[in-house]
Each structure stands twice: as structure tokens, then as C-alpha cells.
Design a protein around this ligand. Structure first.
Ligand code: 5GP
Ligand code: MN
Length: 363
């Protein structure tokens, strides 16, 4: 099987770019999610296996609950923890591969260094409206589950048997936690499966025939999906479950227009001792209400709110994010920001803004 987005010509250009480079920067987006971490880790492992010096660079340190996707065999650099190391890695490389983000701006603090770099650049992404002009080779299709899946088809086309990696697959221990932090346990296949699983919300959204085919092939190749699901969906702290309950009981606002929103303030996050990544999935919950076709979650940050938008088919989360929240993403899963100052006078004004935005959008 060959994905439409994976043309022979692109694969030739991909192979050639890799052959001709020695130091490669693999770059993912801000607040990396499972797909960013999975795809970047998988590509870094694959490149390292071909003798390349690889730096895997993210704007921010990943959330604790996703650290299991990292491989001890990959050199990670986080701009928020060590800006000069990230800058140096980008300056030193002769090839940049950006995954799971359609524009340099999604890498926030890395953007000026990526723009200034004269290295060859490859994009492997599944968001709408990629910035094609900034890259020499572009693999882009929104008709796929995830960047991890797209990378799977790219690697299959470039190197047929990559998933039979010598590393052992993710293993479950007797207490059901995964030994993923042990050496060699995160394989290319497991990292890709993790990225696809989180971006589809465990096969609930953006699933295509090719997605099941990838999953089927990876399971046949030895990826332990049970261990992965255990790690992704059954390893949370009690605080997170209580926060989810609280937000659904106290925080949920449902509008007659068919929209819902929730605002996760700093005060609530500190009351529940919430950590980065622990509100993952909350924005999807209101869509389980029959009458709700659009759901927005605002999460208070310094000087702004981070915005997550989800929609049912027929309603565009992406358009709402573009029009009201300086953002974008996918048709039914997008994000953006709401700035205190430019957009709203203070944090208390966020509720009126989001409620008006939803009414205007659906009205
Ligand atoms: P999430 O709600 O999970 O943070 O993000 C959902 C989708 O929206 C992801 O595909 C992500 O790339 C995109 N997204 C999130 N935040 C932003 C943003 O600030 N700007 C843009 N353009 N896209 C975003
Ligand atoms: Mn993605």
C-alpha cells in the first residue's frame, strides 16, 4: 500500500536528503503531544540507526505522562530548559525534519533559528494549510490519522523492513506498569503506535483504512498494544480523575446553540495540583452530549489562555480556532490562544469572550 501523499518523487528526495546529511535536527511542536513525541522519537531512532548524529528538539519539556514515549537512545533538547543547546543544535545541522506541525510558528521559541537556518528542510505533517514554501520536501496530508502514521508510510516506502528493529518491544511488568524507561524498550514501531493512538483518541477520530492497516502490521511485528494502552489510559493520578469530575459537574457550560465550554483557571489547576498533560481528553467529553456539536476548553497560562477546540462532523473546529483564537489545526480538532490584553481585558473576561464567539460562530 502506498499513501497518496507519499509519492515516489518525495521518497527519492527524502532518501537523497538523508544520504547527503550527517547532523540532523528532528523538530516537533510546542507542548508536544503523543503524536509529536512518537513521530519525532521514531524518526530519530531510524536516523540514528543509519549512523546520523540526531538531535530531537522540542520547544517545551514533555508532560510527565508522556515521558514513556521517549527513548534513551535519542538525544532530546528542550528549548525551555536549555535554549542555547537548542539553538546550537539547529545551527550545527545540515538537515531539519519538522514533524506534526504545519508552520515554524508552532515551534514558538525555535522559530527564528529554524527560519535563519540554511540547512535543507523536510516537513512531515497532517495539519491543514502547511507552509510549503519554507520546506524543500513536503509530505502533507490531512487525510490521515497522525504524523506518526504518515511517517510510518514514509519509512515503509523508504526502507521496507524498518519496523523489525532489533530492540525489544514495550513490555508490561508484573505490577502492570511499563518498563519503557529501560534501555531499548521504545522501538520505532511502538513510538509510532503511541503517536497514532493518542492522535486518534484510541481509534475514535480521524481513522482511515490505512490507519488500521498500520496498526495491524505493527501488532504483527510485535508492538505490545496492551502495554501501550495501560500506559496511556490507565496510569493517571487520582487528582486527574477528580479534576475531570469537578469540571464536568461545576465547570461545564452548555449553550442552546449546540456548543459547550469549560474554563480551567490557574486557581482550579492549583486546587487539584494538576500537572501538564493531565487535562488531556477533557475537551472531548462535552461532545458526548447529543445536542453539543462544538466544545471549547480554555486553560489559563501566563498572559493568555491556551484554547482547545473539538467538533462533530459538519461543524468546523478549525474555523472557530482561526476566526477567534489565532489558531488552527484539523477540521474537527484545533487549538489556539486567547491573549489577555489584545483580546480580553483580564482573565475574568474570558468567559464572555468564548460564549460570544460560540454564539456568533453558530448563530
Ligand atoms: P490540542 O487541543 O490537543 O492542544 O490541539 C489540537 C490541535 O490543534 C492540534 O492538531 C494542534 O496542532 C492544533 N493547535 C493547538 N494549539 C494551536 C495553536 O496555538 N495554533 C495552531 N495553529 N494550532 C494549534
Ligand atoms: Mn498530530
Amino acid at each position: 500500500m502506498r499513501m497518496q501523499a507519499v509519492s515516489q518523487e518525495n521518497i527519492r528526495a527524502f532518501r537523497e536528503a538523508i544520504q547527503q546529511s550527517t547532523r540532523i535536527a528532528v523538530v516537533g511542536h510546542t507542548h508536544p503531544d503523543g503524536d509529536a513525541l512518537g513521530s519525532c522519537t521514531a524518526l530519530s531512532l531510524w536516523l540514528a540507526g543509519r549512523g546520523k548524529a540526531v538531535s530531537c528538539i522540542f520547544p517545551d519539556t514533555p508532560a510527565d505522562n508522556l515521558l514513556f514515549i521517549l527513548s534513551p537512545d535519542v538525544k532530546y533538547v528542550y528549548f525551555d530548559a536549555d535554549a542555547s543547546a537548542a539553538e546550537a543544535a539547529i545551527r550545527a545541522c545540515d538537515l531539519i525534519v519538522q514533524l506534526d506541525c504545519n508552520h515554524f510558528s508552532r515551534t514558538e521559541g525555535l522559530e527564528p533559528f529554524l527560519k535563519a537556518s540554511t540547512a535543507r528542510k523536510i516537513l512531515i505533517d497532517h495539519h491543514l494549510n502547511p507552509d510549503r514554501e519554507s520546506f524543500d520536501v513536503v509530505f502533507s496530508t490531512p487525510e490521515i490519522s497522525s504524523a506518526s502514521e504518515l511517517l510510518y508510510w514514509v519509512l515503509k516506502a523508504a526502507d521496507g523492513d524498518f519496523s523489525t528493529s532489533p530492540s525489544a518491544p514495550l513490555e508490561m511488568t508484573e505490577d502492570l506498569s511499563c518498563r519503557a524507561q529501560s534501555r531499548h524498550l521504545m522501538t520505532i514501531g511502538t513510538a509510532l503506535m503511541a503517536g497514532m493512538t493518542t492522535d486518534t483518541n484510541n481509534f475514535a477520530n480521524s481513522v482511515f483504512p490505512s490507519t488500521f492497516q498500520m496498526a495491524s502490521e505493527l501488532i504483527a511485528a510485535g508492538v505490545n498494544r496492551d502495554a501501550l494502552l495501560q500506559q496511556l489510559y490507565s496510569s493517571y493520578r487520582e487528582n486527574r480523575v477528580r479534576l475531570m469530575g469537578y469540571m464536568q459537574y461545576e465547570g461545564l457550560k452548555v449553550l442552546p446553540e449546540g456548543a459547550a465550554y469549560m474554563i480551567l483557571t490557574k486557581d482550579i489547576m492549583s486546587r487539584f495540583d494538576l500537572r501538564e498533560g493531565e487535562s488531556e481528553g477533557l475537551v472531548n467529553v462535552p461532545l458526548s452530549i447529543g445536542a453539543v456539536k462544538l466544545s471549547v476548553l480554555l486553560k489559563e497560562d501566563d498572559g493568555h489562555f491556551r484554547v482547545s477546540v473539538r467538533s462533530k462532523k459538519g461543524t468546523s473546529a478549525q474555523q472557530l480556532a482561526v476566526r477567534f483564537f489565532h489558531g488552527g489545526g484539523h477540521e474537527n480538532a484545533s487549538g489556539g490562544k486567547l491573549f489577555i490584553g489584545p483580546d480580553i481585558a483580564n482573565a475574568q473576561a474570558a468567559e464572555a469572550y468564548v460564549s460570544n464567539a460560540l454564539k456568533t460562530f453558530l448563530g
